[in-house]
Design a protein around this ligand. Structure first.
Ligand code: HEC
Ligand code: HEC
Ligand code: HEC
Ligand code: HEC
Length: 129
């Protein structure tokens, strides 16, 4: 197919316009849908534990704020939330900082006890498979 100069200008114009829209939309996305896990499957020697991260924080779920679990962050730092292993090591080490599995057990079970809901027994969280 052949285009005249005028037609080509229109085609280029549209192509550039659409590209700009695509780039701008892509850049805008992360602020409306932050990158955070939906569900986490922890693999342990005592069986798998399924943690519904999304349900724990949405308003129609349990409505918890990031800082209740990512406990070292203030609200303006929530977008930096990361793994507990950044500070809680896999093996016993610093006696002031519980190791990873103790930190998770204390936090998960502690809140469920306090709340009076959510699993507190081993087999309610650990599924053997
Ligand atoms: C009920 C507790 C809880 C709440 C509330 C919570 N998180 Fe998490 N989040 C966790 C746990 C536990 C992990 C797994 C950490 C690990 O495996 O070391 C995690 C993992 C993450 C990860 C992946 C980190 C990685 O690199 O492995 C991100 C990102 C994250 N959370 C962001 C958020 C944000 C943002 C909020 C608030 C909107 C939030 N979380 C609320 C408990 C929670
Ligand atoms: C930036 C470092 C850092 C990160 C990341 C972190 N913690 Fe901690 N955590 C600490 C330190 C330091 C302590 C000990 C001092 C204190 O109690 O604040 C601690 C203590 C704890 C305690 C014991 C609290 C008490 O009252 O004795 C629990 C439970 C805990 N962390 C759970 C978690 C969980 C679960 C995650 C991941 C979702 C996490 N932490 C992420 C640094 C961190
Ligand atoms: C700060 C509070 C809090 C923390 C921390 C927390 N939970 Fe929960 N969890 C809840 C509440 C509230 C419920 C709902 C209880 C109810 O309505 O009966 C719940 C329910 C659950 C349930 C049953 C229903 C479902 O959503 O699957 C599971 C499983 C669960 N939690 C796993 C975990 C695990 C694993 C962790 C740690 C990684 C954790 N929770 C940490 C508050 C918490
Ligand atoms: C609220 C949910 C929950 C309950 C209740 C629970 N656990 Fe866990 N368990 C976890 C999570 C989350 C981890 C951490 C997985 C990780 O480190 O990635 C874990 C880790 C473990 C590990 C691996 C520890 C390691 O050092 O690697 C063992 C063993 C374990 N749990 C045994 C138990 C026993 C025994 C009970 C009952 C006394 C129990 N758990 C109750 C959620 C739970």
């Amino acid at each position: 197919m052949m285009f005249s100069r005028g037609e080509l200008k229109i085609v280029y114009g549209w192509t550039i316009g659409l590209l700009v829209i695509a780039v701008v939309s892509y850049a805008a996305l992360p602020s409306t849908s932050p990158d955070r896990p939906i569900r986490i499957a922890f693999q342990t020697v005592a069986g798998k534990v399924i943690f519904d991260h999304h349900r724990h924080l949405i308003e129609s779920g349990y409505g918890l704020s990031c800082g209740e679990c990512h406990h070292t962050l203030s609200p303006d730092e929530y977008s930096q939330a990361g793994s507990c292993t950044e500070c809680h090591q896999l093996e016993e080490g610093d006696e002031d900082v519980p190791k990873r599995s103790d930190a998770l057990h204390q936090q998960c079970i502690g809140c469920h006890r306090e709340y009076g809901g959510g699993p507190t027994e081993c087999a309610q969280c650990h599924v053997m498979q």
